[in-house]
Design a protein around this ligand. Structure first.
Ligand code: EPU
Length: 434
């Protein structure tokens, strides 16, 4: 069960479909890249310099976990840190935070590889499905570790104090499993071959940085990654610059498609957004794509066409953008079929969209049909998770009247100062106490 404080809400005055947003919105560093690099600092024998770190709750929580383990973390400005794990001694990942943060599981790989042991509770996070950890556990066993569950903590110990390289086939392509095992293998004895790896750009970014600092990794961005284990890594003053958050960029692109007079999504990486760009284009949205920006100007919303949406591992359509794109589809002409293939809890947000006026039929936990276009009216909404919360913000801005989005804590996990950045574009959105 995830604890989210509910002392604040976002109050949104809807634009009733008027395409008036104007200006530029900068995309921040990718949450799902930096959280893994923070875990990766455990593999280093010196200080690690991190730049373009988003100021979001999941980063703050991960830093608390590192400090609790014994790391020194020095914030040099709003978006930069120096992390020093040389005096790290603890191998128990703090349970209260860990139970609320799925990404905490990624710390298990570097800790187990460096110290030969790690203890942690079942990691929590957004309530978007079952989110098991069987693949982590069976892979650690394949690398020579013993796994026990004692008093609600997994206790994993590497036999002989050191993990051994192994050949591992992952029955599911998983982002955090790929990252965790890649990092574990960096300090294991001998060679590890991981097959059916996930291909997300955040994994490549992590791996490239580890390679720059001495790790022997090949096959990044392909389904087979090979790692030759070695000694602790050395940063030696090099910098990890967090890649742009493709999910944040995609969220803003969807919002702009619906409500922009002239909006530029700046500092993004369009080549990480192929599936989203293709989907919007084939639904009738026009935009201009530059090297590191996307500009959306005055689309004719009434001409958007229904489109079938199927989520898929990268480079397919990201599950993290399914909820925001469902809001887009509520404005398109005709019937759209949504197939969420990765998580079984991510269609939950459609029930609230239905209360706002979206004609939607939820067929089962993975499939739904939306009939558009629909006029939306403002409502009291409770974010079910991070991306569902963002979908509600888009729906609130699109609607007639006022929408309050509660459970803002979910949105704060992944979007820095959302209301301030959207206000700059002319959106009427503010954070208020309850
Ligand atoms: N799975 C298993 N066993 C495991 C691990 C995963 O069955 O041991 C299953 C999951 O239940 C799911 C599938 O594998 O059905 C794929 O999930 P994956 O493991 O790839 O998800 P994740 O690594 O837990 C990351 C992101 C998510 C993002 C997914 C999919 C992080 C911290 N989280 O989660 O991001 O939705 O990949 O792209 O990197 C978010 O940012 O809002 C978010 C939830």
């Amino acid at each position: 069960m995830v604890t989210i404080t509910n002392e604040e809400k976002l109050e949104i005055q809807g634009l009733a479909g008027e395409r008036s947003l104007t200006g530029a919105i900068q995309v921040g560093g990718a949450k799902n890249a930096i959280l893994k690099v923070l875990a990766g600092t455990i593999l280093f024998a010196d200080e690690v310099n991190l730049f373009n770190v988003p100021d979001i709750e999941d980063v703050r929580q991960t830093i608390k976990l590192l400090i609790d383990l014994g790391a020194k973390v020095n914030q040099t400005d709003k978006h930069s840190y120096i992390v020093d794990t040389r005096n790290l001694t603890q191998t128990i990942i703090e349970p209260i935070i860990s139970k609320n943060l799925r990404a905490s599981v990624v710390l298990t790989g570097p800790l187990l590889a460096r110290f030969g042991r790690v203890s942690f509770p079942h990691p929590g996070g957004c309530v978007i499905g079952k989110r098991p950890i069987d693949l982590f556990l069976s892979s650690f066993e394949a690398m020579g570790a013993k796994v026990e569950l004692k008093n609600d903590l997994y206790e994993i110990v590497a036999t002989g104090g050191k993990l051994r390289g192994a050949n591992i086939f992952l029955k599911i392509q998983s982002v955090t499993v790929t990252e965790t095992l890649m990092m574990a293998a960096v300090l294991a004895e001998g060679k590890t071959v991981l097959k059916n790896c996930a291909l997300e750009p955040e994994i490549v970014s992590l791996g490239e940085f580890l390679k720059k600092c001495g790790a022997q990794i090949s096959g990044l961005g392909t389904s087979t990654i090979e790692i030759e284990g070695g000694d602790l890594l050395l940063c030696q003053g090099q910098i990890y610059h967090t890649i742009p958050d493709r999910i944040e960029a995609g969220s803003f692109l969807i919002l702009a498609s619906l409500l922009a007079k002239d909006v530029t999504i700046a500092d993004c990486e369009p080549k990480h957004l192929d599936a989203v760009i293709d989907f919007l284009k084939s639904s009738g949205v026009n935009f201009e794509i530059g090297d590191n920006y996307i500009r959306v100007r005055d689309n004719n919303t009434t001409s958007f066409i229904a489109n079938d949406l199927k989520t898929h591992e990268y480079p397919g359509f990201p599950t993290d953008l399914q909820a925001p794109m469902s809001v887009f589809l509520s404005q398109a002409n005709g019937q759209s079929f949504i197939f969420e293939t990765i998580f079984e809890g991510r269609l939950n947000c459609l029930e609230s969209l239905e209360r706002m006026g979206v004609k939607v039929k939820i067929l089962d936990s993975h499939r739904a049909i939306i009939d558009g276009p629909n006029e939306l009216t403002g409502k009291e909404l409770f974010s079910p998770d991070l991306r569902g919360g963002l979908a509600y913000v888009i729906a609130g801005l699109l609607a007639k009247g006022k929408t309050n989005v509660h459970n803002v804590g979910y949105i704060d996990r992944g979007y820095e100062n959302l209301e301030e950045r959207l206000s700059v574009l002319g959106a009427d959105i503010k954070r208020t106490k309850i």
